[in-house]
Design a protein around this ligand. Structure first.
Ligand code: ZN
Length: 264
């Protein structure tokens, strides 16, 4: 009996081995000074350690570490300029990505680019309504950030996104609980391109191509530095043998609310 139990434990540990590893967040740049590097390192450890210890439910950092694939994610779209440029580059290289969008910016011309992003096969996902630190909000306001944005996206694309990326990656137990209560999944990243330093595309290319690992979720933004860096990043990672996959496929989750017609 004991032997059987041990065999069971061994089987379980094999089953849930490396593919479920939660990475430390990577990404560095010669543009960051020592203080900023230290600050960022501390933030990453403080954010990821509770996830690695299983304290937060349903918070994603990376995909399957056994598979040589990566997922590109772009935050802070839509806008009337750089989002279009990113779409053109992705189309040219036949890569599908995830766009975590800000609900409050989806007005006028930005509705068109949001529609186009979805029509070109990319994921249009939730990045809050007006980009607050969720940890500073009352729970009712957290809920509004989630629902208003997903409803807005649904009104434009017809799909209600259930993947949410908190602005600044700022989470705590209450934020995560609230996201889960809305049947949504929190998606962070495992490789920060550091394009938000907004200076040198070469620094971004060097950072991403030297730090990449199997199953990385790569954080980028709809800014001019990522527009400049993206073609070389795609070419270099393809040369290294990485496949670009869509976030939902990588994670084996649904990106949008699924209405089961049988239940009506
Ligand atoms: Zn953002």
């Amino acid at each position: 009996m004991k032997k059987l139990f041990l065999t069971f434990l061994l089987f379980q540990s094999l089953l849930f081995a490396d593919s479920r590893t939660i990475y430390d967040i990577r990404g560095n740049s010669w543009l960051l000074d020592a203080n900023m590097t230290l600050f960022l390192g501390n933030w990453r450890t403080a954010t990821v350690t509770p996830i690695q210890h299983g304290n937060y439910k349903n918070v994603i950092v990376n995909g399957d570490t056994d598979v040589k694939s990566v997922a590109l994610t772009f935050d802070d779209a839509p806008d009337e300029n750089n989002t279009y440029k990113l779409l053109d580059i992705l189309k040219e290289h036949n890569v599908k990505a995830a766009f975590f969008m800000i609900g409050g910016t989806m007005e006028d011309d930005n509705i068109t680019v949001t529609k186009q992003t979805y029509a070109q096969g990319h994921l249009v996902l939730n990045h809050s309504y007006n980009h607050p630190r969720m940890t500073n909000l009352a729970q009712s306001d957290m809920s509004l950030q989630l629902t208003r944005t997903s409803q807005k996206i649904e009104s434009i694309t017809g799909q209600y996104p259930t993947l949410f990326r908190p602005p600044y990656g700022s989470i705590n137990a209450t934020v995560v609980d609230t996201i889960n209560e809305h049947n949504m999944t929190t998606v962070l990243w495992s490789l920060d391109s550091l394009d938000w330093t907004l200076q040198d595309p070469e620094a971004v290319i060097q950072n991403v191509t030297s730090n990449v690992r199997n199953g990385d979720i790569i954080l980028m933004h709809r800014n001019r530095v990522s527009v400049a860096a993206l073609p070389k990043i795609i070419e270099n990672l393809k040369e290294k043998g990485y496949t670009f996959v869509k976030l939902d496929g990588m994670l084996g989750v649904k990106a949008y609310r699924f209405f089961d017609t049988l239940s009506y």
